[in-house]
Write a new protein. Structure first.
Length: 147
């Protein structure tokens, strides 16, 4: 009897969805906002000086701009980020993380990091992690060049 080949793509998509759902569950149980907030706060904070242009942030997070705009609206209402326009180019919008945003991201990271370590990283040998990360990075780079 032959065994079917593992469906790597399906396994990757399913694992991603289930892991994000578990991270969201843990964040909610800790009284913290959803994973999407963490993702955006990290994306902004990791920019030079804790600031990014909106379109650069959308590209860095691989998120549609209209979804990002709605998330930024919510984060701005909670005073976790501030938006500004470029003095040189009025079309360019910037987002900067606030001290409150940095503090919230750090609280969320403790929960997020534990979930990733327990449910994802623990499934791989240390020697496998580099090769898997490199392969995923190559796939992402290939997809980016296709668009």
């Amino acid at each position: 009897m032959t065994h079917p080949e593992p469906d790597l793509w399906f396994s990757f998509v399913r694992a991603h969805r289930v892991l994000i759902k578990e991270i969201d569950r843990r964040l909610d149980a800790a009284g913290l906002p959803a994973y999407a907030w963490y993702d955006v706060l990290w994306g902004v904070e990791s920019g030079k000086g804790g600031t990014r242009r909106m379109h650069e942030l959308a590209d860095a997070l691989a998120i549609e701009r209209y979804n990002l705009t709605r998330l930024i609206d919510r984060l701005e209402q909670e005073e976790l980020v501030v938006r500004s326009r470029s003095a040189e180019d009025g079309r360019a919008a910037f987002v900067t993380i606030t001290d409150a945003g940095k503090a919230l991201r750090k609280k969320m990271w403790k929960v997020y990091q534990a979930a990733v370590a327990e449910n994802f990283l623990s499934q791989f040998k240390e020697s496998e992690r580099g090769a898997i990360a490199a392969a995923l990075d190559r796939a992402a780079a290939m997809a980016r060049t296709e668009t």
